[in-house]
Design a protein around this ligand. Sequence first.
Ligand code: NAD
Length: 308
Amino acid sequence: MQRIEGGALRIDGVAIAAETREAVGREAAELIAARGVRPGIATILVGDDPASQVYVASKGKAAAAAGFHSEQHRLPADTPQAKLMALIGRLNADPAIHGILVQLPLPGHIAATTVLEAVDPAKDVDGFHPVNAGRLASGDAGRALVPCTPAGSLILARRAAAALGRDLAGAEAVVIGRSNIVGKPMAQLLLAENCTVTIAHSRSRDLPGVVRRADLVVAAVGRPEMVQGDWIRPGAIVIDVGINRIAAPEKGLDAAGRPKTRLVGDVAFAAAAARAGAITPVPGGVGPMTIAMLMRNTLTAAQRAAVR
Ligand code: NAD
């Protein structure tokens, strides 16, 4: 972790994700050697959304790099829901597959909740099934599969606390955002770390005042640079989950004559870094951890299947 000039430690998500993926690769090789079980992941992509294609391809690459069996199922955008459900049923029954990932968003004619609930909770490596959400909420994270982005964010928060010589136990944590994918599971994980957790959201009163109390801030909103530098309590740990693409006219025009763009988080990085104890950049912070944790969840699912 490097110190940003005059300010916070920069939490290097790229390096920590690489370490995580290497560890997963080593443990996968041990599982194969000890029990003859190769972790297997199946991704399902319905339709041809370009961003989803990129995500699915990078998940496939990470799986191959970790030594996993991986298969990609690409279905046309007009695939009937029943056909998708039948595929999930086959993958649920396939002993070579330990993780099933249905890439979101699904086309409008498909009920995403019905589909996600059809995935065997033991193979639900996204951690979106109500059984896994329930286990996490009832303090049984050890038997759950935990959503990847909050699980990765927790690792970064722990590393930052360790680098600063602090304990997360007893810390005031503020999670901004209450989605099922990030905010809520993040809050559950921090509660399990013995933080005092506040969940703030679009209807919270005096958000700056709430954030100013925090020893640890996790921003998962989807609003570019919403969290201002002067909201950050001096020395706080800041985990920025947001990924927002904004126009960057300073970079010139693209081939089509439109201003080029750049990625920013939910936190005004430079101003926040001047006050924080440690902060994740965007890109290069939480983002790379998400795929690493997907690999970790697939390995966990395979390890559990091997001892059943
Ligand atoms: P979401 O839209 O489902 O939820 C956003 C949350 O922010 C809501 O709970 C809402 O109450 C809250 N919110 C909205 N406006 C607010 C305001 N003005 N003040 C306070 N709270 C407000 O989004 P999500 O799926 O949780 O994702 C959040 C962000 O994280 C997005 O930028 C998304 O791209 C990013 N994300 C990143 C990764 C990753 O791998 N790094 C993964 C998932 C999501």
